[in-house]
Design a protein around this ligand. Sequence first.
Ligand SMILES: *Cc1c(COP(=O)(O)O)cnc(C)c1O
Length: 366
Amino acid sequence: MSDVTNRVRGNLAFIEPYKPGLSDETLRRELGNRRIVKLNSNENALGPSPLAIEAIRKELPRLHLYPDGASDLVREAIAHHHGVSSEQVLVGNGSDDIIKLISETFLEPGDEIVVPHPSFSQYGFGAQVMDANIRAVPLRSDFTYDVDALAEAVTSRTKILYLCTPNNPTGTVLKQSEFESLMARVPEDVFVVVDMAYDNYALAEDRLRLRPEELRRGNVGFLFTFSKLYGLAGLRVGYLVANADVVQFIHRVREPFNVNRVAQVGAIAALQDIEHVRRSQALASEARFQYGRLAEQGIRVVPSEANFCLVEVGDGRAVFESLMRRAILVRTGFRGLESYVRITFGTREENDACIAALLDVVRNPR
Ligand SMILES: *Cc1c(COP(=O)(O)O)cnc(C)c1O
């Protein structure tokens, strides 16, 4: 038997396939037609932006045409939204696509990336694909950033430092002042990627935010997505805002038509959908309050600036399974967080149902 599998790149042996939260389709297959409360993937409980749906419908008759390869109109809309120039914006097939593009742009075998831990797994994935090494720096015990440890983890081999704020799966944020002191200690040839997938849910005044003048630094990029607040996870659009010189290089590894036609029009429309944005933010604020009250019952909830929260439950796996039997889906299995479940904020009713079930399960473990 000739075996091409012997010739795949060696580093692929170490890549564990991404384990997403169970998909809607899988759940329906497993749980039948029961109503499922899906709180496992940080999706928007209000659904997609209605303006996006309308724009996508109108675009369908043009599906025989290739999309605009550079996503020019999307970049212009995003540039306007953040007060930057469109040369400072790169659009991707989800921000996952962009994490991989950044990895391909910078990483050679043996290079290093520095990531916080626990955080989003895709940063490490990008490094593994490129045969680069991952240095994970633990968050403090209250899940805030340890700026000293991050700065000390950077070596001459470090090409990329990832930050995620609000951080997935903890919901905690990096402060502007912490970012400043970190940047003062990180060499200028390390690309610092700040993943802000949940920033448009955050309220903390002192958190790090994208300010256009920040882009004068050549070595910082801010990553955003349409998957969460805008409710378009199934459409796949994310973007990077960074110094134009860096963006030019990342474009070189981008596929020529990486963002499809309906994704482009949907993203532009969602960005203008102020009402959907406000309703989504208000729902998250209310949910924060709902879950925050678990503390009165003696259950630790990590204060979150995102659209989910981390709840300490004892045996995360057991609680996950008990909730699953009640058709409530949460997320567990984050390395180092075995005693927690991560719960995405749902509608008010979904949150009430989840909280009631959680209290029952924690008090009456089987
Ligand atoms: C959900 C999420 C993203 C978004 O990924 P997409 O590929 O845009 O759907 C990015 N970063 C973090 C931390 C996330 O949780």
